[in-house]
Design a protein around this ligand. Sequence first.
Ligand code: PEP
Ligand code: MN
Length: 372
Amino acid sequence: MTNEKKIKALEEWLPGIKRPLLISGPCSAESEDQVMATALGLKELGIVSVFRAGVWKPRSRPGTFEGVGSIAFEWLKKVKEQTGMLLTVEVANAHHVEEALKNNIDILWIGARTTVNPFYVQEIADVLHGIDIPVIIKNPVNPDITLWAGAIERINKAGVTKIMAAHRGFYSFEKTAYRNPPQWQLPIKLKTLFPTLPIICDPSHICGNTHMLAEVSQKALDLDMDGLMIESHIDPAVALSDAEQQITPAQLRELFSGLSFRKRTSDNIEFQETLEQLRSVVDDIDLELLSTLSKRMEIIEKIGEYKRDHNITILQIERWVEILRTRTLSGESLGLNDKFVKALLDLLHKESIRRQTEIMNSKTTTSQHDEH
Ligand code: PEP
Ligand code: MN
C-alpha cells in the first residue's frame, strides 16, 4: 500500500500559473456548440487557466438532465486544442475516472455528493492508485471536516500529491440567501490539518445566484484562497442545469475586474514594524483575557462547592437569563457584535456548568452529611 505523501503546493504542479487560479466553464457540457462558444469566450478573457464542464451530472431526481456522458470528451479535446486551457471534469466512480484518464483530462474533481461517501471516494482512490493526476476535492454536502479530510487522505494514500480542496458551501436546513451557505472556518481548519494544501472556492454553488458571486469571490480572496471555480455558460438562460447561477464570459470579465487582489505580505519595513507592534499588543491582551478567564473559573468553582454543600441545583435559569441580557447590553455599548457576545457567553456557561458538575459529583464529607 502506498503511504501518504506530502501534498504539493499549487506552484509545484502548475508552474507559472496565474494567481488566483481561475477555473470556469459550464455546469454541464450540453452540446458541441455550447461548449466551444463558452470556451472561446473564456479564452478571450485571458484570465481562465482551467476549463470545467460536467460530463455526468449528479441530479437529485431521475429524468432531469443527467449529462451527455462520454461524447463530451470529443468536444473537450477541441477546447484544449483551440484554447490551450487545461481541462477538468467531475468523477464520481471508477468508470468516470477511467474515461477521464483515457481522454487526457488534466484535472479530476470530486463533487460534494461524492466526498460525502467514503465508499465512492475509496473506489476512486483505488483506480487512481499510482497515478499522480491532480484532483480537486470539494467539501462534502454536510459540514463535516472529518469527511472532507478523510477524502483528502484516501486520495493522498493512493499516491496522489497534487490535491486541491474546494469550498462550495454546505447544505442548511435553514432558509438562507445562499444555496449552500459558506462556513469559512472549515477551509481554515482544513488548512491547519494540511498546511501545504491549496484551497479554492466555488462561489457558484455557494450562491446559487449570480448577484452574490462577486461578494463571495472577494471574501475567498481575502481569506487567501488560491483560486476560484465559477460556472459560466454562453447563454445561461437556456442552461440545462444550474441556469440561475451561471454567468457569461463577459460577466466573468466584469466580476474579475471588480475584485481586489491582496498580497500575503509586504516588503514595506514601516508596514511590517507597525503590524508587529499591533500584534504584540494583541498578544498581551490575549494573555490578560486568559488570566481573567481563569479567575472567573476559580470563582465559578467556589460557587459550585457552595451550591453542592447546600444541595442547590447547578443551573439557575433566572441568573443565566439575566447574565445573557446584561452582558449583551454591555457588549453592545462597547461596540461588540451581539451574536459574538452570545456565542462567547454560551461557551463560558457550558464550561462553568461542566466544572460545577465535576464538583457536584465529587462529594465531600459535608455534602454526604447534608444528604442525611
Ligand atoms: C458542479 O460543480 O456542477 C457540481 C455538481 O458541484 P457540487 O458537487 O459542488 O454540487
Ligand atoms: Mn453546477
